[in-house]
Design a protein around this ligand. Sequence first.
Ligand code: ADP
Length: 169
Amino acid sequence: RTRRNKTHIFLPHLVASMEEVEETYIMIKPDGVQRGLVGEIISRFERKGFKLTGLKLFQCPKELAEEHYKDLKTKPFFPKLIEYITSGPVVCMAWEGVGVVASARKLIGATNPLQAEPGTIRGDLAVQTGRNVVHGSDSPENGKREIDLWFKEGELCQWVHVQAPWLRE
Ligand code: ADP
């Protein structure tokens, strides 16, 4: 896909090699938006040193929520999960960086917030699995799949992160 082509030909010394760079889909769920945690959650990824390439507030239609969580279709909590995700606006984000997929999962913490370590988003800010404030892709493949699912052509920005030389040697 053309929008994924990195235009890092200028300032090549400032960016990691293209093969190393991953992308992940992070979503602040409706409870995170309603509880006023949007800035707090975005800050954690920004301060870590990842690069934001897509961001929007979005009311998710039922069909999209079902497609996103299709692997959980047979779970007993699936209908409630769809109801939850479509219950108010979500914040959709694409983040890019070396190792961003696994690192974002660590920053987010365990699925059950009561088991999530203090210092993680869920560990610090949530108490129940059914209201765990944020989603993060579980593999680089799903990162790409989910970004394609939630963002339209033209909604992602490629830009040079000026912090790059101060983040990686
Ligand atoms: P994660 O979001 O940590 O990758 P899963 O992929 O297992 O976790 O589940 C997706 C989402 O489905 C969870 O974040 C949570 O919102 C919801 N969920 C998972 N398990 C349950 C459950 N037992 N009860 C209610 N909701 C659940």
